[in-house]
Design a protein around this ligand. Structure first.
Ligand code: NI
Length: 410
């Protein structure tokens, strides 16, 4: 294997036996090909074609496009009357200029797999391979989903009906907070509702030297930003995670001109549905009230995004038990802090019991590099851990749902 890109991989012993040398090289090759040719949400044409070809070559049944640029296929189970389960990986990239210096870095200007969806697509293919070689009780649907980053893909897949019969669903995300060989699995919230707000403050323009002749939306915007800091600190219960962030302010054109409007854009994150509603209510109330005190008109728009990612209790227990058989119980843990990131897997979990796993993707000693940055580079060993965890979770869930007795499958 010397000379091949996969030769330097340090696979955890527990998973290295599951994949032949040929499979390891193919999966690393797939990941690097996807990484070098990233495509934005709902434009994943070449990605989709490559993944479709790959699943066809693996002998996956009924491989077809779904939801525009997604792919779905079916791996027959041992008992075709058992309820099917699904494994989902996302496939889209981000509008970021890559700066990792990797030999297989993005060739596409301004587009990068900066969230690891190239790894997710590859570990979903890895899971398909493992499930083909050692099938679950029932069928397993393989779903390669487009447009996770825009929050559109999961609902698009659900609306096609391909998951209507599915009794459990599993997905995962690389996480560089954790090392290779670790997995974070727990029931309940593992990702936040991610809603947006926009506040337009309308005042009256004036000369910068004569502010009393106008109604200054910039001073109003500054006060709204400050007052919004009290929404979480004064209005939310202290044991409930919540975030309000203003990420953009647009106003003004020159140092001596008071503009007539200012626009604030922000995000609200929460884990609990009641907190989600009160965040939106309080942000609106603060923006409108502070604007009124400044004699400004506030137009507040709330844009609902993905809901919180809520793992089903039983599905999380199955995934956790299955993961323990693969990487050892000591490597399977709950999240150490609440994850306030959003993920459109949440939409599946509203309809289908399931579990979303966070998979360690950093070599010991390496720095933690955040997703959605130009330097994001998950360790490729994660492909093989993620594939093994997803296949094991699918087998375990399938066996439980089919009512199989006897030793639990890996
Ligand atoms: Ni992501």
């Amino acid at each position: 294997m010397s000379g091949h890109p996969s030769a330097s991989l340090r696979l955890p012993e527990a998973v290295s036996g599951l994949y032949g040398a040929g499979a390891v090289a193919e999966l690393v090759g797939l990941r690097r090909a996807l990484h070098a040719d990233p495509e934005l949400s709902l434009q994943e044409e070449r990605t989709c074609a490559r993944l479709q070809r790959t699943l066809d070559e693996l002998g996956v049944e009924g491989v077809a496009r779904v939801a525009g640029t997604g792919v779905v296929g079916r791996i027959p189970g041992r008992d075709r009357k058992a309820p099917p389960v699904a494994v989902r990986g996302d496939i889209d990239a981000l509008p970021i200029q890559e700066d990792t210096g990797l030999p297989f870095a993005s060739r596409n200007e301004g587009v990068m797999h900066a969230c690891g969806h190239d790894v997710h697509a590859s570990w979903t293919v890895a899971a398909a391979r493992l499930l083909r070689d050692d099938p679950a009780a029932g069928d397993v649907l393989i779903v390669l989903q487009p447009a996770e980053e825009t929050g559109e893909g999961a609902t698009a897949v659900l609306s096609t009906g391909v998951l209507d019969d599915v009794a459990a669903i599993f997905g995962a995300h690389v996480d560089l907070t954790f090392e290779i060989g670790q997995a974070m699995i727990q029931p309940g919230a593992v990702g936040a509702a991610a809603d947006r707000f926009e506040v337009e403050l309308r005042g009256k323009g004036a000369h910068g030297a004569r502010p009393h002749q106008g109604l200054d939306p910039i001073v109003g915007a500054a006060q709204v930003v400050s007052a919004l800091q009290t929404v979480v600190s004064r209005r939310m219960p202290p044991d409930q995670p919540a975030v309000v962030t203003v990420g953009a302010i647009e106003a003004g054109t020159a140092h001596n001109v008071i503009p007539d409007r200012a626009v604030l854009k922000g995000t609200m994150r929460s884990l609990d549905p009641a907190i989600r509603k009160s965040l939106a209510d309080e942000v609106r109330h603060v923006a409108e009230s502070v604007a009124a005190a400044c004699r400004l008109e506030a137009r507040v728009r709330m844009l609902q995004g993905t809901p919180a990612v809520l793992n089903d209790r039983r599905a999380a227990a199955w995934a956790s038990d299955a993961a323990a058989t693969v990487i050892g119980a000591e490597s399977v843990k709950p999240l150490p802090v609440a994850n306030m990131g959003g993920e459109d897997f949440a939409f599946y979990l509203e309809r289908i019991p399931g579990c979303f796993i966070r998979v360690g993707a950093r070599h010991p000693g390496d720095p933690v590099v955040g997703a959605h940055t130009p330097y994001f580079a998950p360790a490729e060993e994660a492909i093989f851990v993620g594939g093994a965890l997803l296949a094991a979770a699918a087998r375990r869930a399938s066996a439980e749902l089919a009512g199989w007795r006897g030793p639990k499958p890996r």
